[in-house]
Design a protein around this ligand. Sequence first.
Ligand SMILES: Nc1nc2c(ncn2[C@@H]2O[C@H](COP(=O)(O)OP(=O)(O)O)[C@@H](O)[C@H]2O)c(=O)[nH]1
Ligand SMILES: [Mg+2]
Length: 232
Amino acid sequence: MERVFKVVLVGGTASGKTSLRNFLLHRTYTWQHTPTNNPDFVSTSVALNNGELAAVQIWDTADLLTTNSLVQDADGIILVIDGTRRESLLLLEQLWSALAADSSGPRSISMVPVILARTKVDMHQNIDCVQAKEYCRSVLGIDNIVCIPASARTGEGIATLFQTIVEQCQMQAQAACAPEQDKLILDSRPSRHGDPIAYHRFDVDEGPNGKRKYRINSSRFRYTIRRLLCLT
Ligand SMILES: Nc1nc2c(ncn2[C@@H]2O[C@H](COP(=O)(O)OP(=O)(O)O)[C@@H](O)[C@H]2O)c(=O)[nH]1
Ligand SMILES: [Mg+2]
């Protein structure tokens, strides 16, 4: 079975998220800005350096609330900044801290590969990649982030952008499938309900009478199944 990577575009409004995805899919560009109201995804494939094609689901996002739930089981995140507007970099602090604070997902956001797209390079730039990378390190706590200059008008950098995030997703998936990681899942069995799937599938609430209640957690369940099968 082919592994499909879920990649989410995250960034402020009008940073160029929808345009990047449209260019990848249709090789087209429009001057018009139509705010994205609802997040949605498209399925496509991305050509990798080794000549292979990788299947991806690319999610376009709207507001922070829906973005939060979307990144919970993402395989990769592209932070999009508009290189002509410094504010689009500065607002990442609020965005990222909200995503990082949400612990309802199957794993910490620090485990998810993240890269930076500095868009609109066909216009005069007010931020460069050195500044953007330093901001990600010092403010967001993301070291050595890859920053890719891109333009949805000329197409510059777009193939590299999606190729890079998918390759990082693959590397992360392979690391998650290393034998010591399998052991980690199996060792994390609780004593009473000794099945590793059950462990990750439920959130446990302690009732007033000391009885445990189990609530199903579907994103954890999906993630655990993926890890157990080690689909890469
Ligand atoms: N010159 C230029 N304009 C762009 C580029 N990417 C997006 N835009 C424009 O920026 C505006 C916002 O783009 P959009 O993709 O809708 O941003 P989103 O809100 O992040 O999805 C639109 O008017 C686009 O035409 C680019 O690479 N170059
Ligand atoms: Mg949009």
